[in-house]
Design a protein around this ligand. Sequence first.
Ligand code: PGA
Length: 252
Amino acid sequence: MRRLALVGNWKMHTTPSQARELARELRERLEGIRDADIAVCPPATSIPAVAEALAGSNIAWGAQNAHWAEAGAFTGEISVSALRELGCTYVIVGHSERRHIFGESDEMVAKRLVWVIASGLVPILCVGETEAERELGQTEKVLTRQLERACADIEEPPAMVAYEPVWAIGTGKRAEIGDMEMAHRFIRERLAARFGSKAQGVRILYGGSLKPANVAELASSEEFDGGLVGGASLSASSFAELIARAIERRNH
Ligand code: PGA
């Protein structure tokens, strides 16, 4: 089995001072945990505060997006060199909120992915179908398109892929274990078709209404390599509890 990874996606929550507090509390609660890779992705403006609070701990940090150029005339974008300087390990790429609210295309996602990998940061490539696509039976078609286009210009598979069905994000409607397993298996098959045996090393995370109360069921599956957690990562107690339950189930 692959090592568990649990990543908090704070989205546009926390000011720098709030982020520092949350990171400090997480550090206290998660001290000593060695059985999973743990990270948080605060808003870009809160990364310095989080980096300071988590330096030397067992919790890594990352960003929610990154641009595909070293620097340049790209108002509002964030460079990977800035993220590296802030000690980031991870970058979320192609989150559904970027795709659906801000109109990011598969091609933009592909360019971001190339640059993140080239910079030595660990990408968390997000894929997932909308509710309408699911109802039309297009889940596999959508996952295939997103993966093929995102991976068009890379030689190595992304180290992490997050399967996040859009209908499950922030809705309280988590995917059933069977749906998660089918999607994760399908994603690994597509990655294997493109990258061969290297696909075995990719960690496939689930995201979408993951909570302390429902994580154990998913963590019982071999297809679950971890989670990308939104709402439940915004309180130190719930994120810590979610992590503890996932590890406990995995070590069971
Ligand atoms: P959620 O968000 O856990 O609040 O559903 C997950 C995500 O968007 O990464």
